[in-house]
Design a protein around this ligand. Sequence first.
Ligand code: THU
Length: 145
Amino acid sequence: MEKVVMTLTDQEKQYLIDLANEARRRAYAPYSHYAVGAALRTKNGRVFTGCNVENAAYPTGMCAERVAVFKAVSEGEREFEVLAVATSNGGSPCGGCRQVLAEFGLDTLVLIADGQGHLVKETTVAEQLPGAFTPKDLQGRAFTK
Ligand code: THU
């Protein structure tokens, strides 16, 4: 099958990065003080944002990227084009978020940006999670031990 390579204009990238930074301002991060924002564009052109939401019971908090993915999926969107993630220092998506993104496609573009809105790194889910375990690994399997 032919691989469709998605091209985004610099303006489109900046728009998503700016949305991610706006979402970052809504982060609830009283424990880590590390605010993260995300903006996910689906193949239908819809955009879902997310921020990290922490909790006094630490492990029950949620990352910005997963909030965006879960919002999209719960609104009926499962095909993603590009995710922008913004942090103060241009940090990378965590392993858990990479795995959740991988579930819906390894080709999703990942734009990593800083708090000033600068693009720090442009990558893909495949590059971020080499050797990903995906739905394919479970295909056609009956219950076996
Ligand atoms: N965090 C995210 O929102 N996304 C990531 O990919 C990295 C970590 C959040 C989780 C927690 O609220 C804070 O950043 C510090 O780990």
